[in-house]
Design a protein around this ligand. Sequence first.
Ligand code: NI
Length: 183
Amino acid sequence: MSLPICTYGNPVLRQKAVEVMSVNEDVRALAKEMFETMYLEKGVGLAAEQVGRTERMFVIDIPADGDIGEDGQRDNPTVEMPLVFINPKITGHTDDVQIGPEGCLSFPEIFANVERWYEVDAEFIDIDGNPQRIHAKGLLSRAIQHELDHLDGILLVDRMSHVKKVALGGKLKRMVKETKKAL
Ligand code: NI
């Protein structure tokens, strides 16, 4: 069953997520519903807070044709999708950054350029409760950083340039108003 998406203005998006103590049936059921929601909404990543939950977890599924770098090669050929990240942490990154367009299911129809580390190392617990490490490049690296932001209550609007935020001012204000009205 898919879940309703919490849009900008919903206070849950500003909460700090809580560590998952055990990967039990509830957590597995939540992951399944998050995937269903993400696929329905055509996203490549979704954090628990976006469906009104505070578990420290997110899901990512980047299709092979979205995992192509500037050199035309796969960025992460050995990474198997989809991925569930539970209690994730970034443990390292390269110095080079990449500025690229980002969207977010909590900000429908909004895209903004955001600077992210081009490559990151991350640790997390997988859906079977096993510790994992991942080295991610390109869009996968960007998605991990974006979703990890959600778990700390940081949103796309906080990462875009001031100029962009001003340009989107009216749209963002309307979004907050509509979100609050629906709560
Ligand atoms: Ni998002």
